[in-house]
Design a binder for this molecule. Sequence first.
Ligand code: 5GP
Ligand code: ZN
Length: 119
Amino acid sequence: MAGEPQADCLFCKIIAKEIPATVVRESETTLAFRDINPQAPTHVLVIPKVHHPDAASLAAAEPQIAADVLREAGEIAFEEGVAESGYRIVFNTGSGAGQTVFHAHAHVLGGRGLNWPPG
Ligand code: 5GP
Ligand code: ZN
C-alpha cells in the first residue's frame, strides 16, 4: 500500500533504526539526519516517515506531510545558522537527475557559496 514501509528501502531502515544516522530533528511525520557524504558544511536530509518514491508522489498522496518536510527544512536552516546566508532545498527526482534513494527526501544545503544553475 502507498506509504507503507518498504523492506528494501534504505531510508525506511533508518526510520526503523535498523541503520544508524545522525539525527538532527524529528517530528511526528518527519526525520532529519546528516548526509553520510556531505556536499556542503550543512547537508541534512529531511524525509517523511511514510514511504513514497519521490517528492511529487509524496505531495500528490499526502500533501500535508510534503508541507511538513518543507517546514522542517526551514527550521533546520535556521538551527544550522544558514537561513540568513542562504541555503538550497533540493529534491533530486529520477536517476537522470541524480536520485539514488527512492524514498522522498529533501537535501538542505548551505554554509558555502551555491552556484546557479546547479550542475
Ligand atoms: P539522492 O542522490 O537520492 O538525491 O540522495 C541520497 C543521499 O543519501 C545522498 O546524498 C547520499 O550521500 C545519502 N546517503 C546514502 N546512504 C546513506 C546512509 O546510509 N546514511 C546517510 N545519512 N545518508 C546516506
Ligand atoms: Zn522508504
